[in-house]
Structures are given as C-alpha cells and as structure tokens.
Design a protein around this ligand. Structure first.
Ligand code: PMV
Length: 322
C-alpha cells in the first residue's frame, strides 16, 4: 500500500449558473458559468493507491457507479493503471446545495494525480474533475472562474485578490441532503421543461454583462445579473412536468430579506443553487448587517461568512484516512 496524500479545494459558487448538458460529448455544459471560489469552506480528500477504486465521503462509502467513469477518465488522462482508495471530508453540509461535488471532485482529481506521482497542468486537472461533476472543473481554480458552454476546462478570469472586499454570506436554511440530486433535476428539466431551450440561449447573453461588472467590481450590476441567472434557472425547473421546487419557506424569507436590505440602500444580492440554501454577495463593510438581518428574517437559519478563495492545493494527509 502506498502512503496517503491529500488535497484541499473550495466549493465553486456559480454567479452565472451551469444547468444542462450538451447532447454530444462527455459531461459538457450547455450554458456558460461564471463562479467564485468560496474561501472558508473546503473539502479535504486523502488518496492512496489500492487494489480497487473506492470513495468514502464523510465516513459514508459512495456508490462506485457514481465515480466509475471519473476514475477511468483519470487513468486514461494520467496514462496510469493504478486504482485509488479515497476518503473525503467536507467542512460544511454534503449534497445540500453547497456545491460539495465541485470541491469534492476537484480535490479528488488533484489528490489522485499526486498519489500517482503525476504533475498535471491545472487545465488538464479541470477537464478530469469535470467528468465527476461539471462544476468541479471550476473548483480547481481560485478566485473568479469561467467555464464556457461546451468547454472541457475552466479558466481563471481574476485571482482572489481582484476583489478583496467581496463577501459571500452563506445562509444554510436546512442541513441534510436535497430531495433531488442536481444531476437528476438537470436531466428532467432538459427533457420536460418547455423553457429549457430558451434558458440555454438566454444564459449566453448574461455572460458579457457579468464579466464587465466583475472587471469593474460593480456589485450592483453584477448582483443584478446574478439574480437574473438563478431566477431563470429555477423558472425552468418550475416549468418542468412535474415541477421541481427546491425552495423552503426559509429560502424565500432570506430572498425577501435581501430585497428589504436593497430597498434600504444596502447591497445584498442573493443567488440560489439546486437546494434550499441562499448565498448573498455583499461588501465586507455590510457583511455583519446582512448576516444579522438574514438571521432575524429566517429564524433557525445558520450563516457562514465566505470570501473569494484559493484553488486546489496540497493538504496534510491524515496518517490513515479511514
Ligand atoms: O456540477 P453539478 O452536477 O454539481 O451541478 C451544479 C449545478 C449548480 O450548482 C446548480 C449550478 C452551478 O453552476 O454550480
């Protein structure tokens, strides 16, 4: 048995959402996505060479079918025949709409490459991570990251130092995993929502606007596009037959709370992924006020304060990950 090596990655919060896969190709996104690495949250994944592939997340063995394709692709890209034993721990709730699959597959790809003794350019690591989960292609990089529609790899647009005053208040309205995985929900909406094609074409038009706002660090303009992207994505899901609704009463209470803050002149711009959690963009100066108002508006909601974070990096390996 080889010794354990470990890597750490932060989840990738989409400002513009990826939702839907291209018909041809292997796990390629139908829409462009633009994201920020959520510094403050992370997945640590330890890997060693083994007799067969296995993946444990937070102590729970994962269905091998879910990662089979990932390990095959990893071996072919790295040109190795090793099998990998992997164990991963999240510093935040798993499969709850906090993008644990993005940080999970990014950390896994990087740790497997290290365990196999391969130096892999980030672009290639991103393409490998994408096979596990499209958003993981972005989590390989830190700061602000773009994954164009149809692209195999993501790329960094700005590093984390581009916007040191930006904060993301993560409002956890409910712990526990979501009722429908994003993988299933995405497939269902692409097959059963009459708005799906419109979503794919409209999402492209949001990109130049978002990039420009990001370049200028214009929170109001960026926040406006961010709200449009997540609202369109959830509208497509609601129009699916049967409808897919991830929101809870507390989700809506937090969305409303952000509207109230904006009406008072406080920049609080929310986004919601495939789950009931809300993530709010604001400045470092407003973060405390935003946090307080969110907690008062949705009692029981936990908040975590995040900032533009780093990309995948080596971590200290546990002596034994099991
Ligand atoms: O990459 P997946 O399969 O975990 O899907 C991610 C989907 C969203 O989180 C809703 C949007 C995104 O771009 O991260």
């Amino acid at each position: 048995m080889s010794s354990w090596v470990a890597c750490r990655a932060s989840p990738s919060l989409a400002l513009l959402k990826y939702w839907g896969k291209q018909e041809a190709g292997d796990n390629l996104p139908a829409t462009p996505s633009l994201a920020v690495a959520l510094g403050g949250l992370y997945t640590d994944t330890s890997v060693r060479l083994a007799e067969k592939d296995s993946l444990v997340v937070g102590g729970a063995p994962q269905d091998p079918g879910r990662s089979e394709r990932f390990f095959e692709c990893l071996r072919s890209r790295l040109e190795v025949s090793h099998r990998f034993e992997a164990s991963s721990v999240n510093s935040f709730p798993t499969a709850a709409g906090l993008a644990s699959s993005s940080s999970g597959f990014a950390a896994l790809a990087a740790a497997c490459a290290r365990a196999a003794g391969r130096e892999v350019p980030l672009e290639d690591l991103s393409a490998i991570a994408r096979i596990g989960s499209v958003s993981a292609a972005r989590s390989v990089f830190g700061g602000f990251v773009l994954l164009p529609a149809g692209a195999h790899s993501a790329r960094q647009v700005f590093d984390a130092s581009h916007w040191p005053d930006l904060r993301i208040v993560v409002a956890v309205t409910r712990r526990g995993s979501k009722p429908v995985s994003s993988r299933d929900a995405m497939r269902e909406t692409s097959e059963r929502s009459p708005f799906y094609r419109d979503w794919v074409s409209h999402s492209q038009a949001l990109l130049p606007e978002a990039l420009q706002a990001l370049e200028k660090r214009d929170l109001e303009k960026l926040g406006d596009v961010v709200r449009t992207s997540y609202s369109m994505m959830h509208a497509v899901m609601l129009a699916s037959r049967p409808p897919i609704l991830y929101w809870l009463p507390a989700t809506l209470a937090v969305i409303r709370a952000c509207g109230e803050l904006r009406a008072r002149g406080v920049g609080a711009w929310e986004t919601v992924d495939a789950g009931p959690q809300v993530k709010i963009l604001c400045t470092v100066q407003d973060a405390e006020l935003v946090t307080r108002h969110v907690r008062e508006s949705a009692p029981g909601t936990e908040t975590i304060l995040c900032f533009p974070g780093d990309g995948v990096q080596p971590a200290f390996a546990a002596e034994s990950a099991s």
